[in-house]
Design a protein around this ligand. Sequence first.
Ligand SMILES: C[S@@+](CC[C@H](N)C(=O)[O-])C[C@H]1O[C@@H](n2cnc3c(N)ncnc32)[C@H](O)[C@@H]1O
Length: 228
Amino acid sequence: MTADAERFFRTSDYWRAWSAVPDFTADVDYALRAVRPSDRRVLDAPCGRGRVLKAVRSLGSTAELYGLDVNREMVAQVRRDVPGAHALAASLYAIPFPTRSFDAVLCHESVMHLDDPRAALGELCRVSRDRVYFSVTTRRQLNTLLRKVGLLGSSDVPHWTYNAEQLGPLLPESFRWEVRGAFLLGRKALRISHAAHARFHAAIGRHLPASLLRRFGQTLFVYGARVS
Ligand SMILES: C[S@@+](CC[C@H](N)C(=O)[O-])C[C@H]1O[C@@H](n2cnc3c(N)ncnc32)[C@H](O)[C@@H]1O
């Protein structure tokens, strides 16, 4: 398995930049849709500094919360900032839990950073008893286009993009999958804050037709329910 991207996230100081992202961004709500009040064990992988775990807790969930991330600085922040959550440093390619350990498995804003998303999704599905959620950025990202033409700076962060039609081969057949789209216009392209983007999305973005968002949205939100 190639692991260049994983090495970047384990060893670089990317964690510092990501730690500056606020707890609530417009997309966090999409992760929360995969969680149910009856859930007893929820895994967030990769968990970063734990903002999705915090959001799950803020729903009033009494589930046991687990977070996993390849970066030790991220894991340390979860241990410090999300009381009661179990956080561990580990790879998505070898999740150290038994098969079907969790009711819901969340993988927010991360699949586009993986050099082997199929293997990682296989692992995320393996440890889920019932539901898996992930989000991924699409090739139609305006940010990507603006970067290409030099209007949005450059980035050395490993990043791949997927349109809805490219997801099929990545998805284990033991789950039934539903794909939703969102964000015709991204925050960076609009050059607005996370808070303003969330307001813009709540007022306008999320009311656009689902077919339009799935085809032209900048992010896809993918929900899997175990069928076998
Ligand atoms: C963009 S951040 C998202 C974190 C979190 N889901 C959130 O929304 O705040 C991506 C995270 O993936 C982690 N990561 C990247 N590759 C990984 C891998 N192969 N195994 C585990 N974690 C990984 C990085 O360390 C980083 O914390």
